[in-house]
Design a protein around this ligand. Sequence first.
Ligand SMILES: Cc1ncc(COP(=O)(O)O)c(C=O)c1O
Length: 312
Amino acid sequence: MHEAEKIWMNGALVDWADARVHVLSHGLHYGTSVFEGIRAYATDDGPAVFRLDDHLARLERSAISYYMPIPYSREELRGAVHQVIAANELDACYVRPIVLRGYGTMGLFPLEAPVDVSVAAWEWGAYLGEEGLRNGIRAKVASWRRIGPNTIPATAKAGGQYLNSILAKIESHKAGYQEAILLNEQGFVADGSGENIFIVKGGRLLTPGIQCSILEGVTRATIIALAGDLGLEVEQREVTRSELYHAEEVFLTGTAAEVCPINEIDDHPLGPPGPVTRAIQDRFFAVTSGRDRRSAEWLDHVRPALRSPVGS
Ligand SMILES: Cc1ncc(COP(=O)(O)O)c(C=O)c1O
């Protein structure tokens, strides 16, 4: 990974190598952490964080789901994100805020363990590869199911709930595919291991609805809005596995993966990325690079004044 210089930990910037937690931290043992994956993009006006407020709002909702009071306000966390990007002199980068139950108690009852907060940022290119963004990836439906709505909160982004995504990812990797698609407990399509999924059918977009145990992706919400701008109808409903195989186009969306076409699922070829996927991709990257009328709405520019590190 591309190491940066500084990480924001509990209110101060520390050296990358010193950003450590105790081996008996609660979150390490039981998965009691909530986190976000955010991207900042290079624009003509310097680095700009994409939909930062929406990501921080989801972080707060995830923390509420796990009874974890975040000891910083939304504005303080926003400042921390800006600060860490500026202090590391990053332009396009990935930002990872994490809120975790720290060191102090063991056993399952977590409410007396401290809540620690960190924000890291580093350069991270295309998650599924540049080639994947251009020509699409091969995906496999996993034998592992997406967590059910009554297993743990499916709409939260918590450390522990990535264990099944990780198993699905390993399974697909070992079988020679680049990504896994998880079905939910009812057997309908839910998510990629770290992405939402869209299909094109009859020229319309279909995506699993919130009732399908998906993570409510910030990128998914962005694509639904952009599709509306492009005059494309979007239906949110239950999507079957065989609809994936017969789709005109399929693509994944996520902060890490951005908008990534799928060209084959379970050895059913879907062909090269189609016109709807391309139109959505082009529009998405126009927005993130600051060249779209939607850019001002969704880009939070890092203030140049922050470029000298403060709060450390
Ligand atoms: C399971 C899952 N679904 C969807 C997403 C996409 O969410 P977002 O677009 O907010 O990154 C992610 C990534 O966080 C994820 O882990």
